[in-house]
Design a protein around this ligand. Structure first.
Ligand code: ATP
Ligand code: MG
Length: 396
């Protein structure tokens, strides 16, 4: 094959004794993510992942796109492999990068020789290839300080590789090395970003969504499943637990003081999410909460909401500004779907004057009349587990 992807490992290389485990996980993730695109060999040597197509039918462009969103990779490039021989290297550069060189005014060659048995040093390789290229591309001069384009030559164990500038990778840690988390996914801007951010730290993600049919529509549910699908681009396939929340919301409306509606509702969400999390082996909950954004996101409100669970609650957006969150949402491709107008169950029965500084005692008193266990058991009985994959048809 005359093209291969090389991906440089990120923080993974820093992890000492765990390095092997991290690399194995990353290799497994890359293999799985390449499956839809054909037959690829995936291996790791010297902190570099090699993604090598094994036959002509492989969809290289599709595979490349997928590689750009794999966590644990700091940078990646498409390369032409060639024999470890200076003439072969020159021909490979000409064939593979010649057109790029014709389009720029200046260039340099940067070489790396990890195979120390190769007869030329890195500097000598750069000088030799640079000299020959300057002759064959008279419109493009060598500029080692401020080149418009850099040709890279890497002489490694089994072959030499030539490539142009690398692209930044998705960063973070390989999915799976950070344990498994249950993200409370609404149809808003924040929670998909929260799921993405924790996935980027190596967590495997499962989601839970509460919906209140007929107060919220089928479209609102599809919107959430579509958001989940967009996030799977980064974290791989996931399960979304869809929980019917109607009875609980009606019970709250009929039995609790209005100013506590949202808080009590959120306490149910947390508790139900924790139960599903424990069943499914998730060690933490993830929410898109952000300090001060709405009445239920004051410190006091968060304390009351968090009091029903005993596993950690990760809130990766808690200290961010809205513009920062929106920028991430735009960047990862969830923003457009998030801002579609379908209502969320949080907007059903919203109190006119929500309590912003509740105490736990007040809230416990406010929910006294509810039969929590029965309501929770009913909700758990309603769970629909939906498997979401990136290659599913878009739902909206
Ligand atoms: P988002 O933009 O994520 O909807 P928000 O700013 O609208 O957040 P809230 O509505 O108070 O804030 O929700 C806070 C968090 O609670 C959300 O980020 C999400 O993690 C969770 N959440 C809210 N509504 C739901 C729901 N219907 N199903 C699952 N989780 C929810
Ligand atoms: Mg919301």
């Amino acid at each position: 094959m005359n093209e291969i992807f090389l991906m440089k490992l990120g923080e993974v290389v820093l992890k000492g004794a765990n390095k092997r485990q991290f690399e194995n996980r990353l290799r497994q993730n890359v293999r799985r993510r390449m499956e839809p695109y054909g037959n690829f060999d995936v291996y790791i040597l010297q902190s570099t992942v090699y993604v090598q197509p094994m036959d002509e039918s492989a969809d290289l462009d599709g595979a490349w796109e997928a590689c750009r969103s794999i966590f644990g990779v700091v940078s990646l490039c498409r390369c032409r492999p060639c024999e470890k021989d200076i003439d072969a290297i020159f021909h490979a550069v000409e064939e593979y990068l010649g057109e790029d060189l014709d389009a720029v005014e200046s260039f340099k060659v940067e070489s790396k020789r990890s195979d120390k048995a190769f007869p030329l040093t890195s500097i000598a390789i750069s000088q030799e290839i640079g000299g020959r290229l300057a002759e064959s591309h008279p419109g493009c001069r060598v500029d080692v300080h401020n080149p418009a384009y850099t040709v890279y030559v890497e002489v490694r164990d089994y072959a030499a590789y030539v490539h142009g500038p690398a692209e930044p990778g998705a960063g973070g840690l390989p999915t799976g090395v950070g344990g498994r988390g249950m993200c409370l996914l609404s149809g808003g801007i924040d929670s998909p970003v929260a799921a993405y951010m924790m996935a980027r730290r190596g967590m495997e993600i499962e989601c839970v969504h509460f919906f209140s049919y007929p107060y919220t529509s089928q479209l609102a549910k599809d919107k959430v499943l579509e958001l989940a699908r967009l996030v799977t681009r980064y974290c791989g396939r996931m399960t979304v637990n869809v929980v019917s929340f109607t009875e609980i919301q009606e019970a709250i409306r009929d039995n609790c003081p209005e100013e506590y509606f949202t808080l009590i509702m959120r306490r149910f969400m947390m508790e139900i999410s924790q139960r599903i999390a424990k069943q499914d082996g998730c060690g933490a909950l993830i929410t898109g909460e952000n300090l001060g954004q709405v009445a239920s996101q004051t410190m006091e409100a968060m304390a009351v909401t968090g009091a029903v669970v005993d596993i950690p609650i990760f809130m990766p957006l808690v200290g961010m500004d809205k513009e920062q969150i929106v920028a991430v949402a735009r960047n990862i491709g969830t923003l457009e779907t998030s801002i579609l107008p379908y209502e969320d169950c949080c907007t059903v029965f919203t109190p006119k004057h929500p309590k912003t500084k509740p105490t736990l005692g007040q809230v416990l008193h406010a929910e006294e009349k509810l039969d929590r266990e029965t309501l929770i058991a009913q909700a758990l009985g309603s769970v629909e587990k939906v498997t979401v994959r990136y290659h599913d048809e878009p739902r909206l």
